[in-house]
Write a protein that binds this ligand. Sequence first.
Ligand code: FO1
Length: 313
Amino acid sequence: MGKIVLLVGGVGGAKLAYGLYHTMPPEDLTVIVNTGDDFWHHGLRICPDLDTVMYTLSGLVDKTNGWGVANDTTHALDAMRRYNSDEWFRLGDKDIATHLLRTQWWHEGITLSEITRRLASALGISCTLLPMTNGEVPTIVHTQEYGTLGFQEYFVKHRWQPTITSLEYLGADETNPAPAVIRAIESADAVIIAPSNPWLSVRPILSLHGMTDLLISRDMPRIVVTPLIQGNAVKGPTAKLMGELGLSTTPTSIMTYYGAVINGFLGDSRDESVTSAPESVQIRFADTFMDSDEKRITLSKYILQWLTDWNAS
Ligand code: FO1
């Protein structure tokens, strides 16, 4: 099939990354990860989506939550709570090891791309895992109830309940994608956008300087996997957010939102009767609900077969 680039956010995206990783030659797979969720916390550089993908691919992930390390403890957090510290962000002890090393290397001036390479390779990951940028481009959430919130304050502290009035990807249009991201897209045979939240996880990647133009300039399959099944997100605030932005929770809304960035749409079979696409977009349907490793692999095989058919036609 050639070289595949996958754009992902957190938990949902990591599931498809897992499927592709176990379906194709991993050296042909590059996973580009949203870093808009990244933040400084207790002086540590936390990159939740990078870690979610890294733990998922290495088999370390806590499968119940979909993030963090399996069987982790929270002794450090509990000790901080003894000082009456309000610990709303759950950092496991093993997970803290990742943040400590990343932060040390960050302060030594190592790029986030290289830090991620070191961490992922130490965990035995054999595909390429890249942060979308080496810069800091935090997603800022403007809300009705609490005013301006950092992404993790919105998502974790307030459990994505506040009403979003607008979103900001701070500094994105002046920040370049990581050089390896540009090289990967330039040499890709296909780009897949994971069923991650289009506004919170994918748009931060697309908002980087030159990113949308770069993608559109490449004549290759550029497919999005639907983040909605029967109008609902499998996990997280996609449908709620779409309502707040005044959009209907339909496949058409998703296709319209991605516009010229995509030329392919993989809808869910359950929505086949209600989905139609503009002429510029090829459309297929499959079971996109990835609630087991087997289903992640089945979906990935389907996508890879579609890409093979696409190139043959
Ligand atoms: N998500 C939560 O809902 N609660 C948490 O306390 C939490 C802690 C956390 C720690 C490390 C990490 O890598 C991820 C963590 N997440 C937590 C997940 C994360 O907030 C979200 O999945 C993403 O940022 C959204 O993609």
